[in-house]
Design a protein around this ligand. Structure first.
Ligand SMILES: Nc1ncnc2c1ncn2[C@@H]1O[C@H](COP(=O)(O)OP(=O)(O)O)[C@@H](O)[C@H]1O
Ligand SMILES: [Mg+2]
Length: 244
């Protein structure tokens, strides 16, 4: 059934681009430059995701100015309830919608892994050099905009993780040094993840589309056992300082 709101945006399955863990992302029915993000259910985290992303986006822009490596948020289509977030649609240079790193590496036959690793690595270096704190760097949150010369331009399309600190003690929100370490660690994990996806793409193709994509968050993985997230955080810190 089509979803309609007072501004007249009517969404239907034919416009669906992809389903994330918390939101469904649709093409705008009349404007090819825009996507519409809609909560995928009525759970608190699903309902709050759009507002989190918008706040994260505003904070990024306030600190760093207009960035070319993110999909910009354009505002809400339903201002009273703030339910639908409008963002720039990430497209390839030929006009088609850009695929995520995940979809490219797992589902595209003959994808150019080396060039994806190089371009994604450069995105990570850029984020680290400028201290742009985007911690939710997972392969489903980065689109690869294919240029006409065959190169890829990676664009971060999910910015809600900026304020989504799952640490038991949110140290990296306050201590710049720890935040930079965390960003470097997330970047390394992203590169490792891409290699893993590529190596296991055949079996991943056979799995259901919705599968765990991040390491478990404190709430998801441990329920009310708060000691486990704390131990996780301590383990991460220890690993960081252990010379290998
Ligand atoms: N700006 C965009 N341009 C093109 N596709 C997008 C855009 N934003 C999201 N998508 C697609 O929708 C999927 C889910 O969006 P996302 O914002 O990551 O939702 P969630 O909060 O559920 O993780 C992405 O993995 C991607 O395939
Ligand atoms: Mg996402």
């Amino acid at each position: 059934m089509p979803l309609t709101n007072e501004t007249g945006i009517e969404l239907h399955d034919g416009l669906l681009i992809n389903r994330g863990q918390l939101r469904h992302c649709y093409r705008h029915p009349t404007d090819p430059g825009i996507v519409v993000k809609v909560p995928s259910g009525s759970r608190k985290d699903q309902l709050e995701a759009n507002l989190k992303e918008y706040r994260g986006y505003q904070d990024l822009i306030r600190r760093h100015g207009r960035l070319s490596c993110i999909s910009h948020c354009l505002g809400f289509s339903d201002t009273n309830r703030g339910q639908r977030l409008l963002c720039e649609c990430v497209r390839n240079e030929d006009g088609t919608i850009a695929q995520t790193v995940w979809d490219t590496v797992v589902h595209q036959n003959g994808c150019d892994l080396d060039s994806i690793l190089i371009e994604t690595g450069e995105l990570c270096s850029y984020l680290i050099e400028r201290d742009i704190r985007l911690f939710d760097l997972n392969p489903k949150n980065i689109a690869l905009s294919r240029q006409n010369n065959g190169a890829f331009r990676p664009v971060v399309l999910d910015l809600k993780g900026r304020f989504d600190n799952n640490e038991f003690i949110p140290l990296s929100s306050y201590i710049g040094f720890l935040a930079r370490m965390k960003l470097a660690r997330r970047s390394r994990q992203l590169i490792e993840r891409i290699r893993y996806l590529y190596a296991h793409r055949q079996s991943l193709r056979r799995q259901p589309i919705q599968m765990a994509q991040n390491r478990p968050s404190a709430g998801e993985s441990c329920g009310r056992l708060y000691s486990l997230p704390m131990m996780w955080q301590l383990a991460e810190l220890l690993l960081e300082f252990t010379p290998l």
